[in-house]
Design a protein around this ligand. Sequence first.
Ligand SMILES: [Fe+2]
Length: 220
Amino acid sequence: MALSSQLVQSGIVSFCEQCARGLDGLTAHKARIELVSAELPKLLLDKELIAGLLNNLANGEGYPDARRPTMFDNEVPLYLDPQGLFSLRMYLWGPMEYTYPHDHNSWGVIGTASEGYEVINYRRVDDESHEGYARLVEVERLRLQPGETAFTLPFSKGIHKTGNATRASIVTLHFYGKILPRGYLNGFDIASNRVYRVFLPRQKKQLLARQALDCFEKEL
Ligand SMILES: [Fe+2]
């Protein structure tokens, strides 16, 4: 029988509160990443808890809450630190589904509960001086086993594409540090050397409304 919604939530909350205590006083990204990389496998290998999360989500049990808007449509927030210092998120991947290459606004530790999660890391090799232009070179390709993790860093130091290299559906858990105040992610189109901004749904609508209003007023 699956764990109740309440038990699942309390398991996640106690894990995150323990991480908060461990992170307290750590200031370097490297030390924070090391700590979370040592802790996250405990959740990733807890089959009962992962099954409970999936069961609750599949049945709309209230926790986790899939209604909160997120940057990626396969993303479900599991825990947001009350002081905004970190968050834990679940990602669900259909067969062969991948993100586009993107950067991040925080450090992060990403790990998988299922076999077949692939992480492709890139280095940005242009000087970032031309708006809309970016050149990426692939530097690393990892295929993670259940319980294994990789990490990312803010902005151009943490560009990757990740996804599901299998024909099964898989689940991953990602722990991200404090969000730096940039307000968007960069998405990259490697074939055309293009970089573009990606906003949260609400911010995207506000931006489009402002742009449409500017154009609309010019016609008045
Ligand atoms: Fe990412």
